[in-house]
Design a protein. Structure first.
Length: 117
């Protein structure tokens, strides 16, 4: 069973930075694509970024390109999301997810990020 635990959320002023972490259980973490998603109040959940199992390939949503960086440490079974130049519109609950068998089927509990103007 896969367990994902996010941390690092909080309240930050616009222009500030936060670093989210997602620690995973499971001996095959290094074989999973990992993603960060977010859901703002009243909106659908959107993908923020994802990273291939080796870390060699990344994807970013248009709204975060150039500001957010996804990375992973397979030795620590952890994926990170460095968020810089934060904007009020980045306010959301952020979730990490593991893509196993081609499906994002394992999700963390989420961590709140609030950006004040």
């Amino acid at each position: 069973q896969v367990q994902l635990v996010e941390s690092g959320g909080g309240l930050v002023q616009a222009g500030g930075s936060l670093r989210l972490s997602c620690a995973a259980s499971g001996r095959t973490f290094s074989g999973w694509t990992m993603g960060w998603f977010r859901r703002a109040s009243g909106k659908e959940r959107d993908i923020v970024a994802d990273i291939s199992s080796s870390g060699g390939t990344t994807y970013y949503g248009d709204s975060v390109k150039g500001r957010f960086t996804i990375s992973r440490d397979n030795a620590k079974s952890t994926v990170y999301l460095q968020m810089n130049s934060l904007k009020p519109e980045d306010t959301a609950v952020y979730y990490c997810a593991a893509q196993i068998g081609g499906v994002y089927g394992s999700w963390g509990q989420g961590t709140q990020v609030t950006v004040s103007s």
